[in-house]
Ligand binder design. Structure first.
Ligand SMILES: Cc1cc2nc3c(=O)[nH]c(=O)nc-3n(C[C@H](O)[C@H](O)[C@H](O)COP(=O)(O)OP(=O)(O)OC[C@H]3O[C@@H](n4cnc5c(N)ncnc54)[C@H](O)[C@@H]3O)c2cc1C
Length: 343
């Protein structure tokens, strides 16, 4: 009989973030399709009661918690110790966890300590005839694999954005506290603070409906023989402000800053989409001034509807990589779009 443990950390305010609810959804679906299985949850954070209560009307049979000020900050030593203790207390055979940046670096180490195995970037979990299988993508999302394992515990890091968040209702949960004996060594790292861009300067928005991608064309000489960087910057930022879209970029454009050329200052390598960049998940994507080369478009694997604006009718997007290609000047199109969005 499998004991499925949803293992997650709480946020600083004690709540559960969307990736945690997605992991809970994946675990609950697995539990439903696996006869005789047990579904339990383990939460790590300064306080976990509110998080447990917020899902108490769902299918979780039992809650475990590791709490205290030491578990508020993302720190490998204390997070790994807490996760290990919960897995042991719950006697978990399958651990379903959100692959947040905090958890992703801890889970493989926890599997090693428990003599189990960890799989990362999991995008689906299912069971048939009592056998569990997981999906993940390989070779920068070009190939999909389905795999099974006999080794237990089996720790699964669920890719955020790949599942529907669990809509488990609230109630009152009885949380069994698990004690973790920390050594001085495990407490020597301290998070001094978080440096993040101001909310309005944050252009990467994983929850946005639309991914707006800029290519190197925005910085190229235009029909008048001149570049139009200030105009490009204004058009892009205006659109982002009005649409609340997430901002992506081609490698060529973000690389230009490294090469000392004139660039759009709000872009960094974190915006890069593609083979050597990110694989975002948005309902729609609009590519502008970008050629649609293969290493770029592999990053669009999970974008629902793809559109592109390029002056070149023979560009990569035209060869079946975009659902709709507008052969047009992106400066003019985006100026019109911004005008319409202002109405
Ligand atoms: C190993 C490897 C890994 C790579 N990984 C990545 C990756 O992860 N992500 C990535 O993006 N790239 C990656 N690349 C690079 C990739 O192959 C392309 O070179 C790059 O994406 C092209 O960028 P671009 O389309 O912005 O620029 P360009 O190829 O310079 O294209 C600019 C486009 O803008 C259009 N344009 C110009 N002016 C206008 C206008 N006014 N209106 C409309 N269109 C206009 C032009 O017609 C042209 O199509 C990788 C390459 C290699 C070799």
């Amino acid at each position: 009989m499998e004991t499925i443990l949803v293992l997650t950390h709480t946020e600083n305010d004690g709540s559960l973030a969307k990736p945690a609810r997605e992991a809970l959804h994946a675990a609950a679906t697995l539990h439903q399709s696996l006869a005789g299985s047990k579904l339990v949850a383990g939460f790590v954070g300064e306080k976990v009661q509110a998080a447990a209560d917020s899902t108490a009307a769902g299918p979780v049979a039992k809650y475990f918690g590791v709490t205290g000020a030491d578990f508020n900050q993302p720190r490998y030593a204390t997070d790994a110790a807490a996760a290990e203790a919960i897995c042991k207390a719950a006697q978990a055979t399958v651990v379903v966890a959100p692959a947040t940046s905090r958890w992703a670096r801890v889970l493989p180490g926890v599997a090693q300590r428990l003599g189990g195995r960890a799989d990362t970037h999991v995008t689906g979990v299912a069971a048939a005839d009592g056998k569990i299988s997981v999906n993940r993508w390989y070779y920068r999302q070009r190939m999909e694999g389905v795999l099974t394992r006999t080794q237990r515990p089996w720790i699964l890091g669920i890719d955020p954005g790949s599942q529907t968040p669990c809509a488990c209702g609230a109630g009152t949960a009885a949380v069994e506290m698990v004690t973790v004996n920390l050594t001085d060594v495990s407490q020597r790292t301290t998070v001094m603070g978080i440096r993040a861009p101001k909310a309005d300067a944050q252009t990467i928005r994983p929850d946005a409906q639309l991914l707006f991608v800029t290519g190197a064309g925005w910085t190229k000489k235009q029909a008048d023989g001149q570049t139009h960087l200030p105009e490009a910057e204004k058009l892009i930022l205006d659109f982002l402000k009005k649409s609340r879209a997430s901002l992506g970029s081609s490698k060529s454009l973000v690389d230009q800053s490294g090469e000392g050329q004139a660039v759009l200052p709000f872009l960094s390598h974190l915006n890069q989409v593609g083979q050597t960049g990110a694989t975002p998940r948005h309902a729609k994507g609009l590519s502008t001034c970008c050629h649609g080369e293969e290493p770029h478009t592999v990053g669009w694997r999970f974008i629902g509807e793809r559109r592109a604006i390029s002056l070149d009718p023979n560009c990569g997007w035209a060869r079946g990589k975009a659902d709709v290609l507008y052969v047009a000047d992106a400066f003019k199109v985006m100026a019109k779009v911004n005008e319409l969005l202002s109405v």
